[in-house]
Design a binder for this molecule. Structure first.
Ligand SMILES: Cc1cc2nc3c(=O)[nH]c(=O)nc-3n(C[C@H](O)[C@H](O)[C@H](O)COP(=O)(O)O)c2cc1C
Length: 196
């Protein structure tokens, strides 16, 4: 299984979390790390290049900090430009059919804030519905996200634990493939990865 990481962080020079988290990808074989802000600082996405990259990979990771309950703007631009009708979905083809869509996200809010009683009121999974439905429209297999919550208060030990946990999860997905309905209702993949 080949993994493509689409990484979008507009303020990487100020990052504490993702700058460390991306180190997860260094020892995973057959993985392409693609830094969108580095490649497209002017947002002029090379659509054919991106489509070819997607076709060559099986697990597509959208890795980004959570900004205003969504992804940073270049990732949205990437989705708008690359997932063309007649190629990614609709008449003419489903070029991404059966590939996996997986989001790796860091969020300032604590996990307890992302529920009906918390101040964000909805779960992270609910905020990500547009991504989930985009994946499904493209006939891709959607995995619940891996989320690093509470980034403002995260200790070095907790960050290291996330790095280990995510690495394990990626190895599992690489070897075993899509876990299917086991994960359908999970809010995020963190606990499932720990227990698998
Ligand atoms: C413009 C902006 C919007 C943000 N929006 C959210 C948000 O909607 N929910 C949340 O939990 N955190 C939000 N945050 C906090 C970031 O998610 C958090 O700082 C980031 O994930 C930390 O990762 P980093 O150290 O790699 O930048 C926001 C931060 C910025 C700068």
């Amino acid at each position: 299984m080949k993994i493509l990481v689409l990484f979008a962080h507009p303020l990487l020079e100020k990052s504490h979390i993702n700058r460390e988290l991306v180190k997860v990808y260094a020892d995973i074989e057959q993985l392409t790390f693609h830094d969108l802000y580095e490649r497209y600082p002017e947002f002029d996405i090379d659509i054919e290049f991106e489509k070819n990259l997607l076709v060559e990979h099986d697990l597509i990771i959208f890795h980004h900090p959570f900004y205003w309950y969504s992804c940073p703007p270049l990732m949205k631009q990437w989705i708008d430009m690359v997932l063309e009708v007649g190629w990614a979905y609709g008449n003419g083809g489903f070029a991404l059919q059966n590939k996996m869509w997986f989001q790796v996200i860091s969020a300032g809010g604590m996990e307890k804030a992302y529920n009906p009683e918390g101040h964000n009121r909805y779960s992270i999974r609910e905020y990500l519905r547009p991504f989930e439905q985009t994946a499904r429209l493209c006939r891709m297999k959607y995995l619940p996200p891996y989320v690093v919550f509470g980034t403002h208060r995260l200790s070095r030990e907790e960050l290291n634990e996330h790095i280990t946990n995510l690495k394990e999860g990626l190895r599992f997905l690489k070897n075993e493939g899509f876990p299917g309905c086991e994960t359908d209702n999970s809010n995020c993949l963190n606990k499932w990865i720990k227990s698998s």
